[in-house]
Write a protein of this length. Structure first.
Length: 259
């Protein structure tokens, strides 16, 4: 089965699991305006993309945007707005992936208040197709701001789940199981600091998960390094872009980890 077709079928049959229902994450660190740069590398350490992260705040709403420009001309562009009032709640998310780096282009948006998920596709003749429909969304939906949630969980937190609307078959709800993996030192501006490492595991349930593992299409876990400080920050993300393909390491510009 082709990779893209398998995931279309897989998410249609995916189960969300029956344990540890997810709950919204409480706000511990208020997010402020921010502008940072990222560097994305292949597993061999070669720079494949440069990223720019920006964050603006209006009242209790935060809008963040992370854009990667690849050396091969590909683009990964995601913009997310969420509220930080007691707990974190998604407002909207729009994610675009296009270019030769990606097996299948993505142009997918979700409005949390209305539950409307929209996708934009282009057929082989260049004709644009727009599709929208309603989905019952959970309060813990975390599209585009999982990293922000990790800035606000205790260092030795127990494993927990958040919801994610995957951009396949018009949008399919899944769970991400998140757990702490300890600490790792890194270097920044002549200092040696420590980051808490989190593992994010996409849950494919039932027979679909078994088949995915057997044929090598189980999405790999994503690892995230969080600086624990008065103002915590995401230092590094290692995972697949789009849930498949090669592993990519994305580091905050100016830091380094010991091998």
């Amino acid at each position: 089965m082709e990779r893209s077709n398998f995931f279309e079928a897989a998410f249609l049959l995916m189960t969300l699991g029956s344990t540890a229902l997810a709950e919204p994450i409480s706000v511990r660190h208020i997010q402020r305006p921010m502008h940072r740069f990222m560097v994305a590398r292949s597993e061999a350490g070669k720079i494949i993309a440069n990223g720019e992260f920006s964050q603006v705040v209006q009242g209790d709403e935060v809008t963040m945007r992370l854009t990667y420009h690849f050396v091969d001309g590909s683009i990964d562009d995601e913009m997310t707005t969420y509220r930080q009032q007691g707990t974190f709640r998604l407002v909207r998310n729009h994610h675009i992936q296009k270019g030769p780096f990606f097996v299948k282009p993505v142009d997918f948006a979700v409005e949390a208040a209305t539950g409307i998920a929209s996708s934009r596709t282009e057929d082989k003749d260049g004709k644009i197709h727009l599709e929208s429909h309603h989905i019952d969304l959970p309060d813990d939906l975390a599209n585009g701001f999982v990293g922000t949630l990790l800035l606000n969980v205790p260092q030795n937190t127990s494993p927990f789940r958040v919801g994610m609307l995957a951009p396949v078959a018009g949008g399919r709800l899944i769970h991400l199981l998140i757990s702490s993996e300890g600490e790792q030192p890194f270097h920044s501006t002549g200092q040696t600091l420590k980051a808490t490492v989190f593992r994010i595991h996409p849950e494919l349930g039932g027979i679909v998960g078994v088949i995915a593992r057997l044929i090598g299409l189980q999405p790999k876990d994503v690892m995230v390094w969080i600086l624990e400080d008065q103002e915590p920050a995401v230092m590094r993300i290692v995972g697949q872009l789009g849930g498949y393909g090669p592993l990519v390491s994305s580091d905050l510009e100016g830091i380094s980890f010991e091998k």
